[in-house]
Write a protein that binds this ligand. Structure first.
Ligand code: F6P
Length: 552
């Protein structure tokens, strides 16, 4: 039986025995305090920690017992997680609403492996594109590729949005330490004119390369920016159309549209419909990353991804990092009613990691119907957000510590800094450990009183504690470790999607707004007064805009 044919027969999640066992278990342990759980077992910290493929996860400060882990992994078994993992890795069309395979794992498969889907060895295709990317990146990095006027390229502007932007920006920032500092990188995503204007304000067109990154090559924002980029370039060079060939390359699945835009398909880096936008930073969409850090570092990142893929595919669930992370997310979302998850990297280079995770997690699991179209009667994807530590501590941590909401936190930190400066790193790490300790154990009224605090002030200075967190540690932020981290979250999202019985790989929810915008654009631009037939609010907003535009 394939994963698809099984759909019609399976029970709703809340009818599963393991779910019901978790519900009764929750009633029993939900009020238990982490202080007591730690007091009962002095070895809880090391017991509920695990190290795999160079990542160390301490999940002991979660509101769980060993029974919780047992029941959660049982739920994963009942939901068929093992079979769904195999279905993904072997190219079954698990993206059922788009009838597509989901094969980002093939993007990091080693050269000597093979995966035949619909008669094509996709691994061979992936490596052919990787080699083409490596060749091109080297020509840019070495100065062999020259612009129209004979100058070498010094600026690279990636133009894309969503998965065609967030991955490249995040990876560039995360791996900046390894990047060629003679090159300048900019990322234009928003259709807001300011984004483009500011990105190129100090760039010389003669030395600038645009990478137009778009899976479909039809996305309104990206194509608008790409057209503006072409105008900017040709105006700046005072040059002919042919100049475009030296300053524009494309990353896309759509050769027809690429060539319609005027980019030679010889300068197109291909990927495939089985790579979802938010799972594409390790495909040709990563071209800007490869130019920044070089092909060897890019391949090291792919090795990291692959190591996590293998770990996910082969490790028993109770020692499987992405499975545990995913299941803990289900525990808080569905049983504790947590609405959000905070991702808090104590590593400045990961400053765009929470933004990257927002698309990965929320575009994937922001769904309300099951694979077979039934409306869920449980919560699905939570809201992901975060900022690098310690900045967040002086901003929103107050609410996490003393507010009324339960916000599970993922702390991410590294044993070694890439930029040692005095005792900065000790101070940084002391802060990570202190935050998770404070969240878990808090401060009782007795402790507050014993410090001589006047009675009236005591309630304000009490920390309830019992606020859960994971702490993820790795040696240092290398390309390999970044690959592992991203794959960790990709597979945690997959795990949750399987439990919630939703399709983590489509994104129909972004379509309606896109379609309505297409209808409104001519209404804003029409020289004569358009006949509007929206609701009274939208009609009014359009009229307001038109009258302000007319008076400019
Ligand atoms: O926001 C919807 C979406 O389709 C994302 O999934 C995708 O990453 C983004 O738009 C960009 O799409 P494209 O790469 O086709 O321009």
């Amino acid at each position: 039986m394939t994963a698809e044919t099984e759909l019609a027969t399976h029970p709703l999640l809340t009818e599963r025995p393991a779910w019901q066992a978790l519900q009764s278990h929750y009633e029993k342990i939900s009020k238990r305090h982490l202080r007591d759980l730690f007091a009962e077992d002095p070895e809880r910290g090391p017991k509920m920690s695990l190290e795999a493929i160079g990542l160390y996860l301490d999940y002991s400060k979660n509101r769980i017992t060993s029974e919780t882990v047992k029941l959660l992994t049982q739920l994963a078994e009942e939901c068929g997680l093992r079979r769904r993992i195999e279905a993904m890795f072997t190219g079954e069309k698990i993206n059922s609403t788009e009838k597509r395979s989901v094969l980002h794992v093939a993007l990091r498969a080693p050269k000597e492996s093979s995966l035949v889907v619909d008669g094509v060895d996709v691994v061979r295709e992936v490596h052919a594109v990787q080699d083409k990317m490596a060749n091109f990146s080297e020509r840019i990095r070495s100065g062999a590729w020259l612009g129209h006027t004979g100058k070498r390229i010094r600026n690279v502007v990636n133009t894309g949005i969503g998965g065609s932007d967030l991955g490249p920006v995040m990876a560039y920032e995360a791996l900046r330490h390894y990047s060629d500092r003679n090159l300048t990188f900019r990322f234009v995503s928003n259709v807001d004119d300011t984004d483009f204007a500011e990105a190129v304000i100090d760039l010389n067109p003669e030395e600038t390369l645009f990478i137009v990154s778009s899976k479909t090559f039809t996305t309104l924002e990206t194509m608008t920016n790409a057209r503006t980029a072409r105008e900017w370039l040709l105006k700046g060079l005072g040059g002919p159309e042919e100049a475009v060939a030296k300053h524009f390359v494309a990353v896309s699945t759509n050769a027809k549209e690429v060539s319609k835009f005027g980019i030679d398909t010889a300068n197109m880096f291909e990927f495939w419909d089985w790579v979802g936008g938010r799972y594409s930073m390790d495909s040709a969409i990563g071209l800007s990353t490869m130019i920044a850090i070089g092909a060897d570092n890019f391949r090291a990142m792919l090795r990291g991804f692959h190591e996590m893929d293998e770990h996910f595919r082969t490790t028993p669930f109770d020692r499987n990092l992405p499975v545990l992370l995913g299941l803990l997310g289900v525990w808080y979302t569905d049983f504790f009613g947590a609405q959000t998850v905070a991702v808090l990297p104590y590593e400045q280079y990961l400053k765009r990691f929470p933004a990257y995770l927002q698309q990965l997690t929320m575009e994937s699991n922001g769904k309300h119907v099951t694979l077979d179209g039934r409306t869920v009667n449980y919560e699905t994807g939570p809201i992901y957000w975060g900022e690098p530590g310690t900045n967040g501590q002086h901003s929103f941590y107050q609410l996490i510590h003393q507010g009324t909401r339960l916000i599970p936190c993922d702390f991410i930190a590294f044993f070694k800094t890439l930029n040692p400066l005095g005792d900065h790193h000790d101070i940084l790490l002391a802060n990570v450990f202190a935050q998770s300790e404070a969240l878990a154990f808090g401060k009782t009224p007795e402790q507050v009183k014993s410090e001589g605090t006047p009675d009236w002030l005591v309630p304000h200075r009490v920390f309830e504690g019992n606020r859960p967190s994971n702490t993820l540690l790795a040696e240092s932020l290398t390309p390999e470790v970044l690959g592992k981290l991203v794959a960790l979250y990709e597979h945690a999202v997959f795990t949750q999607g399987v439990i919630w019985d939703i399709n983590s790989f489509d994104q129909w929810g972004v379509e309606l707004g896109k379609a309505l915008a297409q209808r409104i654009i001519p209404e804003l631009e029409s020289p004569s007064e358009p006949k509007l037939s929206h609701d009274s609010s939208t009609n009014n907003l359009i009229r307001q805009y038109r009258s302000h535009k007319a008076s400019q």
